[in-house]
Design a protein around this ligand. Structure first.
Ligand code: PDD
Length: 280
């Protein structure tokens, strides 16, 4: 695989980053994941806008323009022959030359890394036919989940807990209310109404969430942006999650309780179809 590091395209085994990079020492960095379907980038502008917002919130310079990010994404797709897959993009605060809690001096160049992950058949993921089983765990992340930082240790622990219990993912719960999944936004469906937590600093402002809610409105489905409990989810007709990599993924079981019929539901299925149709 060819990867991108600070303006260079290199074989992955020749690409290097400093041991003093703040991303490595302090998780001082932000990232994006953009899907590629048939060689086409999905919602690239939405991801770059959110990247800028994450950088602004952390007072970090953005070393590249949108056009430069786009060019790098296109180069990586071409060089690695990506049909369906993902592009991972990370900006960290760079290498101050030593470890220090204070930010490095102004002008220190942020480190930009991008790489591809091939995922054949992304749109036809067979898991979307059977749905995910999930568990709930306490949300022990920091309080600025609207910033897409590379501090992913707690979501990784939650994912491992899910795997250890034989399921696919976990929903995170704070003060009795679902925030989101380990790496996706969470929804329930009651009748014709789609319910998902309102945007705040408690959750990531999903690019897929924005697209799916727009498509739901256009399809005359009702959308309620409010919080819900695990108990309410277990009594819902359907549940699902959204992310750049999972698109719309139905959820069929939460903490051992079947949701609705226990099968993938019509609303999640329809939204997934619309999403893929509209985005391709
Ligand atoms: N995760 N919430 C969290 C905590 C996430 O990490 C993500 C994305 C989302 C969905 O956002 P979007 O629709 O913009 O992808 C919600 C990416 C895919 C990841 O970490 O791989």
């Amino acid at each position: 695989r060819t990867v991108y590091v600070n303006g260079e395209y290199l074989p992955e085994d020749q690409a290097t980053v400093s041991v003093f990079d703040r991303g490595f020492l302090m998780a001082d960095g932000v990232y994006e994941v953009v899907s590629v379907l048939d060689g086409k980038l999905l919602d690239f502008g939405g991801h770059i806008r959110r990247l800028q917002r994450s950088l602004d919130e952390l007072q970090m310079d953005n070393p590249l323009s949108e056009e430069e990010y786009l060019e790098a994404h296109r180069q990586l797709i071409a060089k690695n022959g990506i049909g369906d897959g993902l592009i991972y993009l990370q900006v960290t605060r760079g290498n101050p030359g030593d470890r220090d809690f204070a930010f490095p001096p102004a002008g220190t160049r942020p480190t930009v890394v991008m790489f591809t992950q091939a995922k054949a058949g992304l749109a036809d993921n067979p898991a979307a036919k059977t749905g995910w089983k999930i568990i709930s765990v306490e949300d022990l992340r920091w309080a600025r989940r609207d910033i897409k930082t590379v501090q992913l240790l707690y979501p990784s622990l939650a994912k491992m807990e899910a795997k250890a219990r034989g399921v696919d993912d976990a929903w995170l719960v704070e003060d009795g209310l679902v925030t989101e999944g380990t790496s996706n936004n969470a929804y329930i469906v009651k009748g014709n109404t789609i319910i998902t937590r309102a945007l705040s600093n408690d959750i990531l402002h999903g690019v897929t969430r924005a697209a799916v809610l727009r498509f739901a409105n256009e399809a005359q489905m009702k959308v309620e942006e409010r919080s819900f409990t695990i108990e309410e989810s277990q009594g819902a007709d359907e549940a699902f999650v959204t992310s750049a990599s999972a698109f719309v993924m139905p959820v069929v079981e939460i903490d051992g309780a079947a949701i609705g019929s226990g099968q993938v539901g019509p609303v999640a299925t329809r939204l997934r179809e619309i999403y893929v149709e509209e985005m391709r």
